[in-house]
Structure formats: C-alpha cells, structure tokens
Design a protein around this ligand. Structure first.
Ligand code: ZN
Length: 679
C-alpha cells in the first residue's frame, strides 16, 4: 500500500536546488535531491545504481498494463515529436506537445489520478498530416499496414471519447471489468466471470489460512475455446522480455549486496520472476521484510492493485533507495512502541492484534523511481500487501523523506494556505507545525496504521472488493489522525507540544472537504482510493459533528462556514474532533475485520463519492485564481558511471540536469523492452 501526497500547491524552492521544474496542463514537475549518495561506499553506490537500472527497466510493462495501445501510441507520438519538420510553433503542435507530456506522465492515455482519457487539444487532421510527413519505418505499423490503416485503427483510441473512456472504472453498478481500459483482463471477460474464476480458485485453495495473492501477476483472458486462462507475467511468459532484462540488473545487484540477507532476497525475487509462482512471491516478501540490516533497499515488481477495478492485479513498480539514518530514529520510536499503540487504540479488542510483530519502519532517500512510482509517486510505502504475511511476519514501512522534503520546499509561500485557511491564528499553527506533523502522520499511517488490526478468522481479505482500497487507506489515515493528537507523542518527543497536531487536523479536514476537489473536474465524482478515503473521513466527521450538535444544543466540533461569500472549515473543538476520528476508526476496523461489504459500500457511497456542485465550483474558482498545478511528479536524477581503463567502475556521481522530455525520450529508447504492436 502507498500513501500519496495530498500537497496541492507548488511554486518555487526556498534553497538553491531547483525543486520546481516545468509546468503544463494540471501538472508541475519537481526534482528531488538524493541527499547522502556521495557519502555511500563505492559498493553501496553500485548496489543503488544496479537497483536503479532494475527500477527503470520495467517501464514498458506498466505502459502495457495501463492500456493495450499505450506502447504503440507512445512510439507514434514520440516519432512526431522528434521528427516533425513542419511548423513547431503552431497551436496544433503546441497542444500536441502538451498531450504527449501528459501521456508520458500518466504512462498512458488516461489521467494518472482521475483515470479519464485525455482530450487532445489538436486536430485529427494535424496528426494525420504529421504522421504522413515522417519516416514510416519509425511508425508502429502493424504487419503490412499502411499509415492510413494505422490511422483508422488508432485514431479512435485517441480522439473518440466513447472508446476506452476510463482506465479504471469504479462506478457502482457497472461492469467494472468491461468498462475499464486497463489491460488486466482480455477481450470480452466480464466482471462476473473474473470474480467467479478467482472465487473458485480461493475455494479450491488447500491452505486457506495462507492464501497467495490470487490473480496478482497475470492477465486473465479467454482462450480459443472461450475458457478463462491466466497469462502469467514471468520470464518466458507475458512480459518475459522485460522481466529477463530486470533479472539481469538484479543479478548484478545481488553481486554487490551488503549482506547475505539482501542477497537472498534478490535471489528469491529472481526465482519468482523466472517461475511466476505466487508461493515463491510470498517467500520473497517474507525474506524482504526480514532484511532490515544494511543501508540499501528496493521495491521491484508487481506490487499495488489500485489500477485493477477488482483490486487484485498488481501494476509494476520499482524504486531504489537507502536509509536516512537521522530521520529513521523517528520511525523506530513509533515501531518500537507499536504494541502500545495497538493496545490503546479505540478499536474493539476482538479486532486488535494480540502481538504486533516485525513492524519495521524507516525513513529512506529515494534514489530512483520507476514504473508506477514515476513520475507521480508515493511518499510512503508499506509492504507486503498480503494479509497473512503481514500478520505472521510483519511488514516494512517506509517514509520517503527526500520526496516529502521536495514537496514542502517547493510549496512554501505560494498563497494556497492564505486562500483556504480560515484565519491568521490557524495559519500560524499550520506554518509552525504542518511540515513536521505531515511527516509524522505519514509515519503513523505507514508504520502503524496499515500494520494494525486483524481480520476475524475465515474472513476473505478481498471481501470489500472495489471498496477495499479506500477502506484500507481510511483505516491507516484514521489511525494516524487519532494518534497524532495523543499525549504519548509529546512524551516520545515526536511532537513538540499538545497543540502541534491541530495543524494536521485542520489541513486534513480542509483537504477532505474542500481543497482536494481541485483535482476533479466539475460534474465528476470521486473515484481514486486515497481521495475517497479523505472525503469519507472528512464528510463522516462533519455529518456526525453536526448531528451531535443538534442533539446536545452545542456548537459542532467542525463545520463549514461562509465568510464574505467564501467557504471555510472551522474547527470549534479539536478534542471532540479527535473523539469522532476514534469512533470512525473503530467502525472502519469493524468493517474490515468482519469483511462487511455492505457496510463498506454504505460508508463510501454515502460520504466519499458525491460532490456538492456549488462548493466544487467555488473551490475550483478560488484555486484557479492562484495559478497552481494540482498534481506533481518528479524528474529522476541521472547516475554517471566512471570507469577505469579496464572498464571497472571507480565512482558513480548523481546529476540532476536532464529535462523532462529528454528523460522520457531516453527512457523510451534505452528501456524499450516489449514489442509495441500487440499480437
Ligand atoms: Zn496507505
């Protein structure tokens, strides 16, 4: 599971590093600094470098997972971008350039967050003319195809709003598989067929207490006889060419691992990539959780299932990182007290873990982002996702310090908070404590929230189906919200005083009720799991605060008020708000532990999907006046390898100058691993 940044606002950096880079559409590109890389030993630098290459090498897999035409369209668009000799200053070409940059950012033709297909700002005539003007051998023509035939095949995918309109559709009541463009299910496979297929698999499982992550690493398709079969992503299978190249880099990494445990982890991952066996995958994750010594670590593989409408199939992602020793002391304090937090949470004791084991937490420095972590990325990661592995072996939780730092540095002084925060006193608390409390909330969410609680015996981990991701994120966020205000944190030296948490409470409610709406187009609903989670928490507490106030004849703990025509969040009673967070945490944990699908559906559909159109319009208008981009992503650094005359690596330097477009074009060239024309 991941935590995404809710930071919405960005302008300029506050030190000399160029945190903010180019801006287009609704996107702001940032850069992150790899603090401390120069201080690593040569062996550690090599280790990071090989893992970085492995992280970049799966890029094409993700593009194909996000939609079956994406690799082909990428090659077509990039050829026009690099080779078109006509007027490159025309409105059409400029709109085309923005479109391509958005496609790069999303690893496909659908918005990375909203999942809607991009609407091109250039004409079909322009693109046809441009395609006819470039060298045909560079175009992704199917066998024997002319440019005109390719245009006839691919243009509807770009221009027709009814063709593949959504990457991942979460709309209640529709066939989520048939209506999603993501490439996880083959032609004609329905939601009911897919659900039955995996239900049968689970029922046939001889060891139901230790289920593998069924369906996680395959595309489910119909064979020639219409029978459902899994095309497994493995060496020699689907995506085998890309996976073999990932294995190559992993083998080099294994050769420079810092210790035997790390080496065993990588060896097991390679075995899994070779076989596609999900039991081997579980073995790998167990080794990965236990490998806590050493500076360097990584994520590499089919990991998160947010992109599958049924929440099973995992998108490919990669990251190389190393420990931030200073900041890790903070998370070690939390994980060292994990049992205290579990025992004292407001959750029913039936749903609590008797023994919190193996929760390790650290703050890391991201050295390279790849696959589904690039360019839009997480600021916290908690893995593995398998419930029984987490319960029996623990989980590893990381906060990515240098990315949070880049978001924060880039956001200072841009007018966002001045616009949306209710008054100077609240603003002062936020200015003083928000950065630190945001980090702490992320730590609590990752190290303790996701790791807390347990399912009742016999409850299927997938019972909440399409609502599972949002409920799980809400559970982790609420755990963080409840505890960020706890005197225990002051006692542990993690918050400076009993007031600092108010910055987190205010910004969280403001985001959930109002400002996160800037990421959504007028008229649309909330679909993304993290956004649904924030809306759920904010709207549930708002509604219950209002109910309590009516019953008791007091002021509500939190309310929306109007001042000079503008809406603001007003918190009247922070302690009461904390109590409401605790109540909702208890309820959400019950829903999760009991596998109460109907309870999950009620909560999400009541509080987390619909948007008040009037408030939405107001927020969009106030936000657009600030001229800020609602989404951020990162340009990666470039590692320059220095070698002696015998070809041995003598040093590796980290550099930051590459432009966004150059990086994307280089990745498409150097990490091209899959055929672009589908068989
Ligand atoms: Zn999370």
């Amino acid at each position: 599971m991941i935590t995404t940044s809710s930071m919405l606002a960005v302008k300029a950096g506050t030190d000399n590093f160029p945190y903010a880079d180019e801006r287009f559409a609704d996107l702001q590109m940032l850069r992150y600094q790899v603090h401390g890389f120069d201080n690593l030993s040569l062996q550690q630098k090599k280790f990071v470098y090989y893992l970085s290459e492995a992280a970049l090498t799966g890029r094409d897999i993700l593009w194909d997972q996000n939609g079956r035409y994406n690799l082909r369209l990428r090659q077509m668009l990039e050829t026009v971008y690099t080779d078109y000799q006509g007027d490159r200053t025309s409105a059409d070409f400029r709109a085309f350039e923005v479109y391509l940059k958005r496609v790069w950012f999303s690893n496909g033709i659908h918005h990375h967050y909203g999942c809607d297909k991009f609407v091109p700002g250039f004409s079909e005539d322009f693109l046809r003319m441009a395609l006819n003007s470039v060298d045909q051998s560079k175009l992704p023509l199917a066998e024997g195809q002319t440019v005109e035939q390719m245009v006839a095949e691919l243009f509807p995918v770009i221009f027709d709003p009814t063709v593949m309109p959504k990457r991942t559709n979460q709309a209640d009541g529709q066939d989520l598989v048939l209506t999603s463009a993501a490439n996880y299910y083959g032609e004609g496979v329905t939601q009911a067929e897919a659900e039955t297929f995996y239900l049968n698999m689970k029922e046939a499982n001889p060891d139901p207490a230790h289920p593998v992550m069924f369906g996680m690493n395959s595309r489910l398709v119909k064979d020639a006889n219409g029978k459902l079969v899994e095309n497994v992503w493995r060496s020699g299978g689907l995506y085998g060419a890309a996976i073999d190249r990932i294995i190559h880099w992993l083998e080099l990494a294994q050769g420079v691992a810092e210790n035997d445990k790390q080496s065993a982890v990588i060896g097991k991952l390679i075995e899994y990539y070779r076989t596609g066996n999900l039991h081997t995958f579980d073995d790998y994750t167990i080794l990965w959780v236990q490998a806590t010594e050493g500076m360097v670590d990584f994520v590499n593989g089919f990991t998160e299932s947010y992109g599958d409408p049924l929440g099973m199939k995992a998108s490919w992602e990669g990251m190389a990182n190393f420990k931030d020793l200073e900041a890790t002391r903070r998370t070690e304090t939390l994980s060292g007290n994990a049992q205290w937090f579990e025992d004292n949470s407001p959750v029913d004791s039936r749903f609590k873990k008797e023994e919190c084991k193996g929760i390790t937490a650290k703050v890391i420095v991201a050295a390279m982002l790849g696959g589904d972590l690039y360019p839009s990325t997480a600021i916290g990661i908690n893995l593995p996702n398998s419930n029984w592995v987490r319960a029996e072996h623990g989980s590893k939780s990381v906060t990515i310090g240098n990315l949070t730092d880049a978001y924060n540095k880039a956001a200072h002084g841009n007018g966002f908070q001045e616009e949306f925060v209710i008054d100077a006193a609240t603003l002062a608390i936020i200015r003083q404590y928000a950065d630190a409390c945001d980090d702490l909330h992320t730590d609590l969410h990752e190290c303790l929230g996701h790791g807390s609680g347990k399912l009742l015996p016999g409850v299927d981990a997938d019972s909440l189906k399409a609502y599972g991701s949002a409920i799980e994120e809400a559970r982790a966020d609420l755990f963080g919200l409840y505890y960020v205000a706890d005197p225990k944190l002051v006692e542990l030296g993690l918050t400076p005083n009993g007031e600092a948490y108010k910055s987190q409470y205010y910004t969280y409610m403001m985001n959930g009720l109002m400002t996160q709406l800037v990421r959504i187009e007028q008229g649309a609903e909330i679909e993304e799991a993290h956004m649904r989670n924030r809306a759920l928490i904010a709207h549930w507490t708002l509604a219950h605060a209002s109910l309590e106030a009516q019953q008791q004849g007091t002021k509500p703990a939190v309310e929306l008020i109007k001042r000079e025509g503008k809406t603001y969040v007003q918190i009247n009673d922070y302690a009461a708000l904390r109590r409401l967070f605790g109540q909702l945490l208890a309820e959400i944990q019950r829903v999760k532990s009991e596998g109460d699908f109907e309870g999950a559906r009620q909560l999400i559909e009541t509080y987390a999907v619909k948007i008040d159109p009037q408030l939405h319009a107001e927020v969009l208008e106030r936000y657009s006046a600030l001229n800020l981009a609602p989404y951020k992503g990162f340009i990666n650094p470039v590692y320059v390898v220095e070698r002696d005359s015998a070809g041995e690596i003598t040093d590796i330097k980290v550099t930051y100058g590459e432009t966004y477009a150059d990086q994307m074009l280089r990745y498409s060239r150097d990490y091209r691993t899959l055929p672009v024309v589908n068989e």
